[in-house]
Write a protein that binds this ligand. Structure first.
Ligand SMILES: Nc1ncnc2c1ncn2[C@@H]1O[C@H](COP(=O)(O)OP(=O)(O)O)[C@@H](O)[C@H]1O
Ligand SMILES: [Mg+2]
Length: 377
């Protein structure tokens, strides 16, 4: 039997919940041709949200085409141009012959070379002569707009892990170039998202940065418990099993409403449950997850200094006044001047997420392991 829970993949159909308001805001932006910027830590549901909005819009309006690009592995301007060109051509023309023919007309000063594989519809790649591109990059940067106009469509260019443009050579120059072109596009729309909150906010919210005020900036939140409880109980019910609302709520609480981890934990419990989920099923699933990730978590703590570990212990003990003399003493945190350094290093090691409202473990399962297994040993 298929699990009603999914993690590590795009949540869609019945495995998707909540986000009504965010879906509306994103699709309104697209309909009004307003660019959007979506920011949240990884695995909170950005890709799933954009994919869902994309499917819904494409279903009711065939003149809107979503073009998805993931910059996760893109580390240079050249790779970016190749991906952008290939994907724009791929979603705008269904036949590969048409793509190549049109590209000849769309590019005037650049002559891209194409190669097609065994499956020409999907296996389709582009290469450029870099000297030509250096002189005429605008032909590529304007491609979404040119194609949208020519085909009478609206291309929605979705760029995942957009903060990676910050790693390109001369990132500021590149961003200026992108912005200078894209701000004039009225037929193509952009949706840029990323999971490095600090890099993303710097790119889009600093006045001195080229992408300042480029679009509607949305900070995606986690999914509230009130959505998880019916989501989990109905997932069990659909598959002939049962879990009561109390246990369902505890799944969400234990994983701090983190979308990926709630689904992962719910799946583990579901697999463990014969028919009626009980306390024992809950605990054995949690223990199995902790054991499964134990080596990884141990390696993670091996990479931390004593003050960093002590800070995490204080956090697990619900300490909030880290600079208080008593806390500094009890947890051996050194001077109060140390606290900021510790926080910064735990952020850059991707252990903690710190906003003005709260300090949180990025990985709630690691927090459970840290406070139950590590702190008790
Ligand atoms: N709206 C949602 N409803 C239910 N689960 C979700 C939702 N969004 C995300 N998830 C869960 O979180 C996981 C990561 O989602 P994803 O969209 O890939 O996040 P991101 O792009 O922010 O890294 C999914 O595999 C799924 O388990
Ligand atoms: Mg994603």
């Amino acid at each position: 039997m298929h699990s009603p829970f999914i993690y590590g993949k795009i949540a869609s159909g019945e495995t998707f919940t909540n986000r009504e308001w965010e879906q509306k805001r994103l699709s309104n932006n697209i309909a009004s041709r307003i660019n959007s910027v979506l920011i949240s830590p990884r695995r909170w549901g950005k890709s799933s949200l954009v994919a869902r909005v994309g499917h819904a819009i494409e279903k009711r309006d065939t003149s809107v085409r979503f073009c998805f690009l993931d910059l996760f592995n893109v580390r240079s301007e050249q790779e970016f141009y190749v991906q952008l060109t290939r994907e724009v051509l791929r979603v705008s023309f269904s036949k590969w012959e048409e793509r190549i023919e049109s590209a000849k007309r769309l590019f005037k000063r650049i002559t891209p070379k194409f190669s097609v594989g065994i499956d020409p519809v999907n296996d389709f790649s582009v290469t450029f002569d870099w000297e030509e591109v250096e002189k005429s990059a605008d032909e590529i940067l304007d491609l979404p707009e040119t194609v949208s106009k020519k085909r009478n469509i609206q291309l929605v260019i979705c760029l995942d892990e957009f903060q990676n443009v910050g790693y390109f050579n001369n990132p500021l120059m590149f961003q200026k170039k992108l912005r200078a072109h894209w701000q004039h596009h009225t037929h193509a729309t952009y949706c840029l998202y990323g999971s490095k909150r600090h890099m993303m906010t710097e790119l889009f919210e600093e006045k001195s940065m080229p992408f300042y005020k480029f679009g509607d900036v949305m900070f995606l939140e986690k999914i509230p418990e009130t959505y998880w409880v019916p989501f989990i109980t109905s997932g069990f019910k659909k598959t002939g099993k049962r879990i009561d609302e109390n246990l369902a709520a505890r799944i969400a609480q234990e994983m701090e409403n983190h979308p990926y981890f709630v689904q992962q934990f719910a799946h583990a419990i579901w697999s463990n449950t014969n028919k009626n989920c009980n306390e024992g099923d809950y605990h054995s699933a949690l223990n199995a997850l902790l054991t499964q990730h134990g080596i990884l978590f141990q390696r993670e703590v091996d990479g931390l200094t004593n003050p960093q570990l002590n800070f995490l212990k204080a956090l697990c003990n619900n300490i909030t006044q880290f600079s208080a003399a008593e806390t500094l003493h009890t947890y051996k945190l050194g001077t109060s001047g140390n606290i900021n350094r510790i926080k910064q290093s735990l952020i850059s090691k991707e252990v903690l997420d710190i906003t003005p409202q709260r300090i949180e473990f990025i990985d709630p399962l690691f927090k459970v392991w840290f406070s139950t297994v590590y702190m008790k040993q």
